[in-house]
Design a protein around this ligand. Structure first.
Ligand code: F6R
Length: 604
């Protein structure tokens, strides 16, 4: 998705902004642009379709200035092109705007502006904001921006420069993240802390409906209606080094390998051995309230939805509360019945996914209690929910999620244990789960040592045009997530089914050219899973099993260490991340930036 970075201070701005744009590359984009306030007055802009390095190649040698804004664009209105790249300047070249989000009434506003003689230079929805600001008769830049935003419907995170106000950048937020970075006599603005964290860790996150004026040695925030707001900078805990590749060839590989430490982090300081439970500081749910919950509904998208499915089975299993997970995007459009005794949980790695945020807002409007299971501290969903559990995976840069998925499931295990111990889960079972949780980091490490064997298997399976993933009950979400991972980065078509559903249709697909990955834990369904493998073998299908012991029916078995039945799905997913990774590598794919995908989907 689109990214914004801006700077005002004393340093040469172009290299700073280009570095910031590189840090935002992981979000996915198709073009980039930069504008600076030139030393001799006026704005100077450069834009390029393609990667940031193409923009960099176009930036002239004499491009000096100390104030500027820059953008990576993900096309929504108008194809990827130089013209459609941001920043958008008005006809006189005095106003420059970078915009994330979507202007819903862009065509109406554009028609009005064109009728007034404005000539547009791009096909984007964003350009209307530039012209509205340029045409405003207000005296101050803040007033001009405010006036323009009054008629804009939709979502935005914007940063604005004006040649007549070279001492400032004005930013505003409505539904699209904007953070300010507070430095020593220098200020930053960005859509994501990744763009500024190597310069300052002091940040202010704007709320929806909030604006900011940044000057080199000062900033202030206020509402879109002009009322001052108080903004105290917070310290970002993530290290700038977390955004580096750390010796790995890809972020995905780094993030898969980081999982033992990531899981350790989500557990740290939360386990209470005395009562065989966990402490979850930010839950804002007392024991009486927890006992009153009659249902749990989990909402997320993509990988987070899958993590929510495992979360639902953990909550149902340990706390004995009926629970299910649903794609947030579907939920919010079916006019759901909102029940006061249901606990709603929004799951999101980024905390910015529009469909999840919109579902949370709809639920809040209807009076529901909504918790968040979120990775990014202070993100929109974290702020909008009544409380929740942070996932503490650290920044995830690769577009596809691996460590965040694992940590999200572990966070759900903590929540399930907490709810269970308030309700009917025995001390002995609490202890059993805690021991299982504690064993996870080492067991994940053990799986990671099998990487070379998995790489060899992947080279073999990379020839497949299509693959089937099957699992039962707890294994089914593992199959779903593994098939999504394979699709996303290798572009091999993959299907995931409950193993029990095979004979109701998908068995027709089985033939030697369509291998099956079977999730076969050593639990009460082992024999059922073996029967499903038997059915596949009878149709000459090849099988790769992920199991706790060698599976005779399978052509290959990846062995994973046994944990408690409830926690086994966490471990079974890990080798399949490596399988997807090495399959994609064997096929020469761009692993960290798969085609057509973006890291955080902040539009509908
Ligand atoms: C897939 C993946 C996506 C995200 C989904 C929701 O690897 O990462 O499916 O899980 O776009 O994003 P978040 O979790 O940020 O809400």
């Amino acid at each position: 998705m689109c990214g914004i970075v801006g700077y005002i201070g004393k340093r040469d701005v172009a290299p700073l902004l280009l570095e910031g744009l590189q840090r935002l590359e992981y979000r996915g984009y198709d073009s980039a642009g930069i504008v600076i306030a030139g030393r001799s007055g006026g704005l100077k802009a450069v834009k390029a379709k393609g990667r940031v390095r193409e923009l960099e190649a176009r930036v002239p040698k004499r491009f000096a200035g100390t104030t500027g804004i820059a953008h990576t664009r993900w096309a929504t209105h108008g194809a990827p092109s130089d013209e459609n790249a941001h920043p958008h300047l008005d006809t006189e070249g005095k106003v420059a705007v970078v915009h994330n989000g979507i202007v819903d009434n862009a065509s109406e506003l554009r028609a009005k502006l064109e009728a007034d003689g404005v000539v547009f230079a791009s096909e984007t929805d964003s350009e209307v904001i530039t012209h509205l600001i340029a045409r405003s008769q207000a005296v101050s830049l803040e007033e001009k921006v405010r006036e323009a935003l009054k008629v804009v419907e939709g979502t935005y995170g914007i940063a604005v420069m004006h040649a007549d106000f070279p001492d400032r950048i004005v930013a505003a937020r409505n539904g699209s993240p904007v953070v300010l970075g507070i430095g020593e006599k220098e200020m930053f603005v960005a859509s994501d802390v990744a763009a500024l964290i190597s310069h300052t860790r002091q940040v202010v996150t704007l709320d929806d409906g909030e604006m900011a004026t940044l000057k080199a040695d000062d900033f202030r925030t206020y509402t879109t209606s002009g009322t001052r707001t108080t903004a105290t900078p917070e310290t970002v805990e993530w290290e700038a080094a977390s955004y580096d590749m750390g010796g790995h060839d890809t972020y995905m590989h780094k993030e898969i390998c980081e999982q033992p430490e990531a899981v350790d982090r989500v557990l740290r300081g939360r386990i209470d051995d005395k009562f065989s439970t966990v402490h979850l500081g930010g839950l804002n749910l007392d024991a009486r309230e927890a006992r009153g919950i009659r249902r749990v509904k989990i909402l997320g998208c993509g990988t987070s939805y899958h993590a929510g499915m495992i979360g639902a089975s953990l909550i149902e299993g340990l706390a004995r509360i009926p629970a299910d997970s649903e794609p947030a995007s579907e939920f919010r459009y079916r006019n759901p019945v909102v029940d006061p005794d249901t606990l709603y949980i929004a799951v999101s790695q980024s905390g910015e996914t529009y469909d999840v945020l919109a579902a949370v807002q709809e639920l809040k409007r209807k009076g529901a209690r909504v918790l968040g299971v979120v990775n990014v501290v202070g993100s929109a969903i974290a702020r909008e929910t009544d409380g929740g559990v942070y996932v503490h995976a650290g920044p995830e840069v690769c577009v596809v999620s691996t460590k965040c998925f694992t940590n999200t499931v572990v966070a759900f295990a903590l929540l399930a244990l907490h709810l269970g111990r308030i309700r009917d889960l025995s001390v002995a079972d609490g202890k059993r789960i805690i021991e299982g949780l504690r064993a996870l980091p080492e067991q994940i490490q053990e799986i990671l040592t099998q990487e070379e064997d998995i790489r060899k298997l992947a080279a073999d399976y990379a020839e497949a045009k299509s693959m089937m993933f099957i699992g039962r009950v707890r294994g089914y979400p593992v199959a779903l997530e593994a098939s999504l991972k394979l699709k996303e980065i290798s572009y091999i078509h993959a299907e995931a089914y409950p193993a029990s559903e095979l004979k109701h249709g998908p068995l027709a697909l089985i033939e030697p050219a369509m291998p099956t990955v079977a999730i076969v834990p050593d639990d009460s369904l082992l024999e059922k899973n073996r029967a499903a493998m038997e059915e596949i073998k009878a149709r000459s299908g090849r099988i790769l099993a992920v199991a706790h012991r060698d599976q005779e029916k399978a052509d290959h078995t990846i062995l994973v260490p046994k944990n408690e039945d409830e926690l086994d799905p966490i471990l079974m997913g890990i080798p399949l991340q490596l399988l997807a990774y090495h399959t994609a590598l064997a096929l020469g794919r761009d692993i960290d930036k798969p085609r057509n995908l973006a890291k955080s989907v902040t539009v509908e």
